[in-house]
Design a protein. Structure first.
Length: 560
């Protein structure tokens, strides 16, 4: 922000103790001293302590303010960006003291901040004779040339003056222009300065930088089209300019163009800009330079520039449902985050960013039933937070889903280390057991009952137990079908043979064995009923038990 000129000191003074001065002056004012000098001194003490509101209130108490008081009131209003109030105070100060250079200069500066170029130019015409030094006179002349009106003769003179300035003068002009509040004014003045000084890197950098700041403001306000209209010609000018700026300018412009296009739902155009940004970044990375460019590519939080570009490419492809391409970019993005964790500021910023990103991607690929990809991102999340119980649980279920029993058992051991007395871990152990045989199921049901008794009234145990039994019921039905097939085979053979050819002792042995198997199956099904909450599954189990009862009767009659 351009600074308004304060009162020009006549003699240098020793820096006072403002806090102590405030204490004495406040006591004086509270005691009834309303002298203008006391109020002014207290206001200045407040001002130097950064208490602008109190300083303005104190100056407002001065009944008949002189030029100096009005000037200070204007400076305080200017610092608060209250341009109309500041202009009014500076104008009054200048009227009271027509020879005051600070009042006139600050009024000119305020007009520029208000976007009033003509008003600023009129003041400059009167300000030049008031300049306190030849250097200041020269600076004001350059300013007047920059603000000058159109015309062939005027343009030639303006171009000559602006083309002859020194580096120090140019830098002061740039500092003053860039500090103005009005982008339209800043952009117009910088464009004119660049036209007058086409080989100046400082002027061109200021011109490009000001446009980029405005584009960023437009993007932040969701004005995507306006941002593109500003940045597109800027990109062409930057690419075609003889002045070669830092490649970061082009990378940033391409990235913002990609964001603007993507947020306007033009994903293909957005990806085109993001790919161009990635190529520009790689060219800069590969260009000759310092052995290590790490600091150049990291922001204040430790995020690598390449990570942001990969993230934008990933999101664009994700929104176009190109998940395979998006996965590649997301993996690179997470690689960058993990690599630069030691540079994270604050220390947990990158770990949180990586963990949340990996968790979200695991959810995304799970919903798309891309289980291997989901497992990869869950593994990343686990690597970042090895003791996060929820991630361990999700990873366990993912391995179970993928039939990776050994990996699931390893995660199960980790779950027990993180929460030794959690019933969930014991229930998870039941999930990875083989349940193809009836003995396995019976043992599992006994262990489930033991866990339920150990943790009574635990809703998690009840819900997990019900889910476990729900998955076992199809196995019970499969075993019942196998038994029925064996019984039916024997009965069919008996029907095809005459009675005297049937080996009745063998038939009786087989049927007694099948009766025992059906009794065992019925007991296991009865155990399952105790853990079922679903009416549909309960009906299936009752049908299975009824089926067992019929088969038990059949086997018993044939086994006598």
């Amino acid at each position: 922000m351009t600074e308004a000129l304060d009162v020009i000191s006549v003699t240098p003074i020793v820096e006072p103790d403002w806090a102590e001065a405030i204490r004495f002056l406040e006591q004086a004012v509270k005691a009834g001293n309303q002298d203008a000098n006391a109020l002014y001194l207290l206001a200045m003490a407040y001002k130097h302590q950064g208490r602008g509101g109190e300083a303005r209130a104190m100056l407002a108490k001065i009944g008949d303010p002189d030029a100096n008081v009005l000037l200070q009131r204007g400076v305080l209003a200017f610092n608060d960006k209250e341009w109309p109030a500041a202009a009014d105070e500076f104008e009054k100060a200048w009227q009271k003291d027509p020879a005051s250079y600070p009042a006139a200069y600050n009024l000119m500066l305020t007009r520029l901040c208000q976007g009033q170029l003509e008003g600023a130019l009129e003041i400059l015409d009167k300000l030049v004779p008031l300049a306190p030094s030849p250097a200041e006179n020269r600076f004001l002349t350059l300013m007047r040339s920059l603000l000058g009106r159109a015309g062939a003769e005027a343009s030639a003179e303006q171009a000559f003056l602006l083309g002859s300035i020194t580096a120090q003068e140019e830098q002061r002009l740039l500092d003053m222009i860039v500090g103005l509040n009005q982008f339209e004014v800043v952009y117009r003045l910088l464009a004119k300065l660049v036209s007058a000084r086409p080989q100046s890197e400082a002027a061109f950098r200021g011109y490009i930088g000001a446009a980029m700041v405005q584009a960023k403001n437009l993007v932040d306000r969701c004005q995507w089209s306006d941002a593109e209209l500003l940045l597109t010609p800027l990109k062409r000018r930057l690419e075609n300019s003889q002045v070669k700026l830092d490649p970061f300018y082009l990378i940033a412009i391409l990235n913002m163009l990609g964001v603007a296009a993507t947020m306007a739902q033009d994903f293909e155009r957005g990806l085109t800009h993001f790919r161009a940004a990635a190529e520009a970044f790689q060219r800069d990375f590969s260009a000759p330079g310092p052995a290590s460019k790490t600091d150049r590519y990291l922001n204040s939080q430790g995020v690598y520039l390449g990570a942001w570009i990969e993230q934008n490419l990933a999101l664009g492809n994700e929104w176009l449902n190109r998940l395979d391409v998006a996965e590649t970019h997301w993996s690179r993005y997470l690689d960058y985050l993990e690599h630069y964790v030691p540079r994270s500021l604050p220390p947990d910023y990158l770990p949180i960013l990586g963990f949340e990103g990996a968790s979200r991607l695991a959810d995304l690929f799970s919903r798309k039933e891309k289980w291997s990809s989901a497992a990869n991102f869950l593994q990343r999340a686990h690597r970042i937070r090895p003791t996060d119980y929820e991630t361990l649980e999700r990873l366990f279920h993912m391995y179970t889903q993928l039939k990776k029993t050994e990996e699931a058992r390893k995660i199960l051991r980790r779950l027990r280390e993180v929460r030794p007395n959690d019933p969930q871990a014991e229930l998870f152990e039941l999930e990875v057991r083989e349940t193809r045989k009836l003995d396995d199921i019976d043992t599992l049901m006994s262990d489930l009952r033991r866990i339920a008794q150990r943790f009574p009234n635990d809703s998690r145990v009840e819900e997990r137990g019900a889910a476990l039994v729900h998955n076992i019921v199809p196995n019970l039905e499969r075993i019942a079908d196998q038994y029925a097939g064996q019984v039916n085979k024997v009965v069919d053979q008996m029907r095809r043979l005459p009675s005297y050819q049937i080996n009745w002792p063998t038939v009786r042995d087989i049927m007694r064995d099948m009766e025992d198997k059906y009794l065992f199956l019925r007991r296991v099904a009865q155990k399952c009923l105790a853990h079922i909450t679903s009416d549909d599954v309960r009906r299936e189990l009752h049908r299975l038990i009824s089926h067992c009862d019929r088969k038990i009767d059949q086997c018993h009659s044939l086994g006598e």
